[in-house]
Design a protein around this ligand. Structure first.
Ligand SMILES: Nc1ncnc2c1ncn2[C@@H]1O[C@H](COP(=O)(O)OP(=O)(O)OP(=O)(O)O)[C@@H](O)[C@H]1O
Ligand SMILES: [Mg+2]
Length: 442
């Protein structure tokens, strides 16, 4: 079973969190958002689908490491409007795609109406799917206030209290413990109680923590930033939460967001299903920004695309023989490797992660991870690079041709080398790269 690493000495089984109501409480600056962020990082690292309702635009940094669709806000993948909210929720659940719902730019009324639509849609779809899913909400005293009743409160409380049967769980965060609906807090399965100082908040803690009053007061008063009383399985203990690995804050051009093919596909489907024009990513944010990270191979100037490749028959016999040998070697590779090579050759010099390749080739990421294209890397046809976001691959056919056919370079000239390159592109990217049906036996 997966374990969530929440602190230097704090690991929780994922089942303690999933389908639960998780409450994160404490005064301003006590470390609540960090704690919620750490739980989200851990869930995202096991590819757990979720929605973060981002009130202050402070969760965008999760994209530094994880695949998420950002709806709304500066730097978002799709615009966030009331008309689209329900559909985004539906796609997030169905496609298991984590979503940041950036409502930071909305007025209170707009925000309430939109969240009501979004969460109602989640609740309905979860009723038939019953797949595990979490929803994180900051400032939850505004959505589930003690005492008053609103349609939004009704749906948030329903998810928090009765979501489990549908696979739904909630992470609710608030700095006003006494203002959050008590029924929700007392039934929370997991509580992270950071420091509080106000009497009213302390009284709530005294109800939640099964210690003597003086003990509770002393323990809570001694909590530093990032420390809390954790109540798990009804047992309280003092713990320290680790710091978030990802950037804590809104959109910033200082890092390159993870934006995989899956996000792009869902975005397209959203755009199509809503009958709208494609939503352009904000300027400065390219769709495949990471290719900039790689040093381009030294390219021999004349080897560019688009030149007339000439006729293969013009190539000298020994060159044709060498070409055939290369093709035969590739023919002996697995279908999956040939498909990867074909795709990467057609996109040279762009680099793709295993996850992106899986999305483009319509196969399981596990298939690629289980069978990395090492033989093709060793042959020199692909280049692999380990980055903080995992292994990336790109084709290196140009450099390969330049090096492998260097002995013939003088005889062939640049047009001859170009012919070789075109020949290999045709073979590797076409005939040898079957479209689908990758048989994968783990
Ligand atoms: N576990 C931790 N370890 C180290 N630093 C932490 C930890 N938790 C929080 N901090 C630091 O303390 C500061 C406040 O944390 P955070 O923003 O999480 O507080 P908060 O309770 O959400 O505050 P607010 O109510 O204002 O939203 C941040 O600068 C954060 O980096
Ligand atoms: Mg906060």
């Amino acid at each position: 079973m997966s374990v969530l690493h929440l602190g230097p000495e704090l690991e929780l089984p994922v089942d303690d969190v999933v389908g639960q109501c998780v409450a994160v409480l404490g005064i301003r600056g006590s470390g609540k958002s960090n704690t919620a962020g750490v739980i989200l990082e851990e869930l995202l690292s096991i590819r757990f689908p979720l929605t973060v309702v981002d009130i202050d635009g402070e969760y965008f940094g999760l994209r530094e490491k994880y695949e998420l669709l950002v709806a709304g806000g500066e730097g978002g993948d799709v615009a966030l409007e009331r008309a689209t909210a329900g559909e985004i929720a539906r796609l997030s659940l169905k496609e298991s795609l984590p979503v940041i719902l950036d409502v930071s730019g909305l007025l209170t009324d707009e925000r309430e109406a939109l969240l009501l639509d979004y969460l109602t849609s989640l609740w309905t779809v979860a009723g038939t799917l019953r797949a595990p899913y979490m929803i994180a909400i900051e400032e939850c005293h505004e959505f589930i206030p003690q005492g008053t009743r609103t349609p939004l409160k009704e749906v948030v409380a329903r998810i928090a209290l009765r979501g489990r049967k549908r696979g739904l769980g909630a992470i609710i965060v608030s700095q006003r413990s006494a203002k959050v609906e008590k029924d929700v807090l007392t039934q929370a399965g997991l509580l992270f109680l950071h420091r509080v100082v106000h009497e009213a908040d302390m009284r709530v803690y005294e109800e939640l923590i099964p210690w003597r009053r003086v003990e509770t007061k002393e323990a809570v008063a001694s909590l530093g930033v990032g420390e809390c009383i954790l109540i798990s399985q009804s047992t309280p203990r003092k713990v320290r939460i680790r710091e978030r690995h990802t950037f804590h804050g809104g959109y910033t051009p200082t890092f390159v967001p993870v934006q995989s093919a899956k996000v792009l596909q869902v975005r397209e489907r959203l755009v199509q299903s809503l009958g709208k024009e494609s939503y352009d990513p904000p300027s400065g944010q390219e769709e495949f920004p990471w290719e900039e990270e790689f040093d381009q191979p030294p390219v021999m100037a004349p080897l560019s695309r688009g030149e007339d490749p000439g006729n293969d028959e013009d190539l000298p016999g020994p060159v044709m023989k060498k070409l055939e040998r290369i093709v035969r070697r590739v023919e002996r590779s697995s279908v999956l490797h040939r498909r990867m090579l074909g795709f990467l050759v057609s996109r040279e010099p762009r680099a793709y992660s295993a996850r992106d390749l899986a999305a483009w080739l319509d196969c399981a990421e596990a298939a690629i991870l289980a069978e990395p294209p090492t033989p093709l890397v060793e042959l020199g046809l692909l280049f692999q690079e380990r980055t903080s976001r995992g292994m990336f691959y790109r084709a290196t056919l140009r450099t390969y041709v330049e090096e492998a056919f260097a002995p013939f370079a003088q005889e062939l000239g640049s047009s001859g080398l170009h012919q070789i390159l075109s020949h290999l592109r045709r073979e590797l990217g076409g005939r040898l790269a079957p479209e689908r049906n990758v048989a994968y036996t783990p």
